[in-house]
Design a protein around this ligand. Structure first.
Ligand code: BES
Ligand code: MN
Ligand code: ZN
Length: 498
């Protein structure tokens, strides 16, 4: 973790530290905590705000110095926008702006009063947890391969999160602990995603799983290699993997914290294409580097396992990663090839770039042996999902209302957004093949749904939901990098499940 957190109550002017962070509403309207501070410091804020330099817009920050009645070195005002509009969006803006500003400052610690602000839309737990998540997200950086740049030594080290009442501290502490674990999980997810594809290949992912297993005794790790994948009858998985000189791996990480051997597990299955060239149906070269993020689903499974191990939650969760590299090669699959899946159904591969569903369908059949209570697969599966939902929401499709609703509910309460698309039978028509049981692509239109529809033919024996994170797993352009999504969603789903 980049920062150390703690929960406290107490008056701001009394805090002896590098900085006191005080929230202010739009147009300089004081929040309760800022007003109390103002009264005890001879109207210090009122006088300053009257000058009109600080508007209180969400994410606006400004340092104040020289307030003699305050014990801290400086005050950081942070705008949270209009009082009645204060929800996740503005709160996140404020929390990240504070983190960035503090990190650039000379302060080593801060007393942050942001979570004391009143909001109809956010509970105390949400405010505290989000403060940790936004801070860690704002301060994340990936410099493992930047040798020339001077490695940044972080001065800012401690943040005390203030709550209004003593009786709120235990809620605050639970939320803080969850926030820290989720943020650590997200950082792992981001790191794995950001690693270059010449290092982060299926074998390397397997070694990362083994490393996690060595660190935590409670994690059982198993790895199947390409030969075993083929021998077990996973013809679709093998068809993708065989085009690369890197052996594909089916990685299983089992964590049973339930205390009961017989507890039915939640199984998470992540698409782990460590690089997607498209195969023989090769992709255009623009932005192809971003196809190193095609293992984002797998990376989120790692992130969740890591967070579960930190929190030692009483749940049984099995994380499965279907890792392969999709390459064009003399031994690569051709458009027109027909393969037999582990389920016995045959698939005509009409497009080798629709590889995610090929590795996933066999992984989804394989995990049937665990008699899962619920299965969620997470995949950067379709460009069509970006057309439909952009980079805001992940796509969600399910074969069970309860699971779908639980995911929608978790999504709302941790603000890791998803949007449901229909999985009606009509769409399955598009997958008809003249030569096999089904084709691996549909006729044009509804690409995200036909992909899910393909997977649904392998998930009939259990409650299942599919998350298409093609638009949400990473960002492009100047802030190119993995986002750590949907680790918050999955963790909230599991936490609410207990
Ligand atoms: N990994 C891609 C999907 C993707 C593309 C995610 C761009 C994020 C950005 C996936 O394997 C793929 O290539 N899907 C094809 C499916 C098509 C051939 C039916 C796609 O979306 O074009
Ligand atoms: Mn592809
Ligand atoms: Zn892909």
């Amino acid at each position: 973790m980049t920062i150390e957190y703690s929960i406290k109550t107490g008056r701001p002017e009394k805090q002896r530290c590098g900085c006191i962070v005080l929230p202010v509403f739009k147009d300089g309207k004081l929040t309760d905590i800022a007003e109390a501070f103002d009264k005890l410091t001879s109207n210090s804020l009122g006088q300053f705000l009257a000058k009109g330099d600080f508007k209180g817009d969400a994410g606006e920050v400004m340092f104040l110095y020289g307030i003699s009645q305050a014990a801290s070195d400086r005050i950081l005002l942070v705008g949270v926008g209009e009082q009645d509009k204060l929800g996740f969006a503005n709160y996140k803006k404020a929390a990240s702006a504070v983190a960035k500003r503090l990190d650039e400052s000379g302060a080593t610690d801060a007393a942050n009063y942001l979570a004391t602000v009143a909001s109809d839309k956010l509970t105390l737990a949400q405010k505290v947890r989000e403060l940790v998540l936004s801070t860690e997200d704002a301060l994340y950086n990936f410099d493992a391969f930047q040798s020339s740049k001077e490695k940044k030594r972080r001065k800012f080290k401690r943040m005390t999160i203030f709550v209004n009442q003593r009786r709120e501290t235990s809620t605050g502490e639970t939320a803080m602990t969850q926030g820290v674990a989720i943020a650590e999980g997200m950082a792992l997810t981001k790191d794995l995603g950001n690693y270059p594809p010449n290092i982060c290949n299926p074998g390397w992912l397997a070694s990362q799983a083994r490393k996690l297993g060595r660190k935590h005794r409670k994690l059982k790790v198993e790895v199947l290699d390409e030969k075993q994948i083929e021998k077990l009858g996973m013809g679709a998985f093998y068809a993708v993997s065989k085009g690369s000189k890197e052996s594909g791996k089916l990685i299983t990480m089992q964590y049973n914290g339930s205390g009961k051997k017989s507890a039915k597990p939640i199984v998470l299955v992540g698409k782990g294409i460590t690089f997607d060239t498209g195969g023989i149906s090769i992709k255009p070269s623009a932005k192809m580097d971003e196809m190193k993020f095609d293992m984002g689903g797998a990376a989120s499974v790692f992130g969740v396992m890591q967070a579960l191990l930190t929190l030692e939650l009483p749940v049984h969760v099995i994380g499965v990663v279907a890792a392969a590299e999709n390459m064009p090669d003399g031994s690569a699959s051709r458009p027109g090839d027909i393969v037999k899946t582990l389920s016995g159904q045959t698939v005509e591969i009409l497009n080798t770039d629709a590889e995610g569903r090929l590795v996933l369908c066999d992984a989804l059949t394989y995990i049937g042996k665990y008699k899962p209570e619920t299965v969620i697969d997470i995949a950067t599966l379709t460009g069509a999902c970006i057309v439909a939902l952009g980079h805001v929401a992940s796509g969600m499709l399910c074969n069970n209302r309860e699971v779908g609703d639980a995911l929608l509910d978790a999504s709302q309460s941790i603000d890791d957004r998803i949007w449901e698309l229909p999985l009606w039978d009509d769409y399955a028509e598009q997958l008809k093949s003249n030569f096999a049981d089904m084709a691996n692509i549909g006729s044009p239109g509804a690409g995200t749904i036909t992909a899910a529809s393909f997977l649904s033919k392998f998930t009939e024996d259990y409650r299942w939901a599919h998350l298409d994170i093609a638009g949400t797993a990473w960002k492009s352009n100047a802030d190119k990098g993995a986002t750590g999504r949907p680790v918050p969603l999955l963790m909230e789903f599991i936490l609410k499940h207990i």
